[in-house]
Design a protein around this ligand. Structure first.
Ligand code: ARG
Length: 293
């Protein structure tokens, strides 16, 4: 365990494909032009991402894939995890609901292995799509949680109660940026990289109230459209799809190192590196005393 920067979950890419459309980025017609080549490409990209994560010191825990559930490859949507406590997702779209029992069984196996302690369920009819719509901000000790295309506002009080943490609710108002992680990234140094118009004016004001101007990195729609905000941040490392030059310079000027991975075949489903991962090791200040014992 020593030297590990934490543990991250990825789902094996074996059953990944793009065969339906539940967000505006999904391109089943592009996939069907050459499924065999794209599948092989997806396998290579997945491996490169896993290697980039391992190179930052993360242990990669792989969930088995399941036929007919192509979006299982995006485990960020499976649950919210903090302090070894798991709140399982409830998916908005029927296409993804079959993932729920699979991920439940997976987290139960993690509990048996001692990697997580508690597994919690949301009530029926309350949608919440995991860490994709609920981003832990370690600097501020808050969850930035979205509601809108996928997650219900009602889920936020369950998140607050389950983790005993403050939840800041943000409303997503566009279809293109349908999960918070497509347009919002909280960095280890306290900066927030985001595309403000993805949020309602009230939610933009909330971000402005909580994040000082020097820590707000505003991306453009085109920059967010590269899915480079959908990044995994480990210390000063950012594992991301290639950001446009301006954004990359800004991140590097602030001391971050961009490790670029090509995830083109996953962009055909509207996801990139953050979506393809789920951190198991995030811990709040609440958990520190126990960890120190
Ligand atoms: N095709 C998937 C969906 O629409 C992509 C999910 C990407 N995940 C994310 N956390 N943004 O549900």
């Amino acid at each position: 365990m020593s030297g590990s920067a934490g543990t991250v979950v990825m789902t094996a890419p074996d059953h990944y494909e793009v065969c339906y459309t539940i967000n505006p980025w999904m391109r089943p017609e592009a996939w069907s032009r050459d499924p065999a080549a794209l599948k092989a490409e997806a396998g290579r990209e997945w491996t490169a991402l896993a290697q980039a994560l391992a190179a930052t010191g993360l242990d990669v825990e792989v969930v088995p894939a399941a036929p007919g559930l192509p979006d299982m490859v995006f485990p960020a949507n499976a649950a919210v995890v903090l302090d070894r406590r798991v709140l399982l997702a409830r998916f908005r779209h029927p296409e993804r609901r079959g993932e729920e029992p699979r991920f439940k069984a997976f987290f139960e196996s993690l509990a048996v292995r001692g990697l997580v302690d508690e597994i919690h369920l949301l009530p029926e009819g309350v949608f919440q799509e995991g860490a994709g719509d609920c981003i832990w901000d370690a600097n501020r000790q808050i969850f930035w949680a979205a509601h809108g295309p996928r997650s219900s506002l009602a889920s936020h009080r369950h998140i607050a109660r389950t983790f005993r943490q403050k939840v800041v609710s943000l409303e997503l108002v566009t279809e293109r940026f349908y999960h918070l992680d497509t347009c919002f990234c909280a960095l280890s140094g306290g900066e927030i990289v985001y595309w403000p118009p993805a949020l309602s004016p009230e939610s933009q004001a909330l971000v402005e109230a909580l994040v000082p101007p020097a820590q707000r990195i505003e991306a453009t729609a085109a920059e967010a459209g590269t899915f480079s905000l959908n990044a995994v941040n480990v210390g000063r490392e950012l594992i991301m799809t290639a950001p446009p030059t301006r954004l990359r310079r800004e991140l590097e000027a602030r001391g971050y190192r961009c490790r670029i991975v090509d995830l083109s075949s996953f962009l055909l489903s509207g996801g990139a590196s953050y979506c393809m991962t789920l951190r198991l090791d995030l811990a709040s200040a609440l958990a520190q005393p126990r960890a120190a014992e």
